[in-house]
Design a protein. Structure first.
Lengths: 81, 144
């Protein structure tokens, strides 16, 4: 399946783009997707341990099955306020 | 009033948004750009948001605050983009019948915002710019 990955702040800088399209098996999880992406973009690797994931504006765990998701956001630890 | 804005935050607008005759206590919190961070000089901050999700999380916080305290009105605005020292980056106004619950509700709202709303800041220091991740700063990766 095709999925759009949204990247923010330091993660966007590490990849060099705000959005990346990926082709993944239906059984893929956010954690697996992030690991795959870090193989393509090694600068992402130091961020892997701390990132959070969101589908449709809600946080999801790294083990969630991505089946039917169109978009996954990779979020560095937030620092608003 | 829940909003993410690009231009300056007008505190008077938030106070007007929470005006309510049954409230006897209004607490206004303003987060401003500070000139230092972890012993380093800071000249400016730049905020970015995952906007649809940030707005949704801000609504969730409002809902939670209203469940925990008898809040009559609540307004929450975060600014994004580039801001100089002294400018307001975030503002929260809470109106309640009594001051104790207004203080507690406002404190909870800003603490929750800092923990769960997908907004990030970049610090501009004399030695470069750094994305702040949680409470630690990391150098900005040069992608060129």
């Amino acid at each position: 399946m095709k999925i759009s990955v949204l990247l923010f702040a330091g993660l966007r800088d590490a990849v060099g783009a705000p959005r990346v399209e990926m082709e993944l098996p239906e059984s893929a999880t956010p954690r697996r997707l992030a690991d795959n992406l870090a193989e393509r973009y090694p600068k992402l690797r130091p961020h892997l341990h701390a990132m959070a994931f969101a589908i449709d504006g809600e946080f999801v765990s790294g083990d969630t099955v991505l089946q039917n998701a169109k978009e996954l956001a990779l979020l560095p630890p937030v620092s608003g306020g | 009033m829940i909003a993410i804005v690009q231009s300056s935050i007008d505190a008077a607008q938030l106070l007007a948004a929470v005006e309510d005759d049954s409230s006897g206590g209004v607490v206004l919190f303003l987060g401003t750009v500070r000139d230092h961070s972890q012993g380093q000089k800071v000249v400016a901050l730049e905020y970015e948001a995952y906007e649809p999700m940030a707005l949704r999380q801000m609504e969730n916080i409002k809902e939670e605050v209203c469940k925990k305290w008898p809040v009559r009105r609540l307004a929450m605005v975060h600014r994004i983009g580039y801001m100089k020292v002294g400018e307001i980056s975030v503002a929260i106004a809470v109106a309640c019948a009594h001051r104790a619950e207004a203080f507690e509700a406002c404190r909870f709202a800003i603490d929750s915002l800092k923990h769960s709303v997908p907004i990030w800041k970049k610090e501009y220091r004399p030695d470069g710019s750094f994305w702040v991740e949680g409470c630690q700063a990391h150098p900005v990766t040069d992608t060129n």
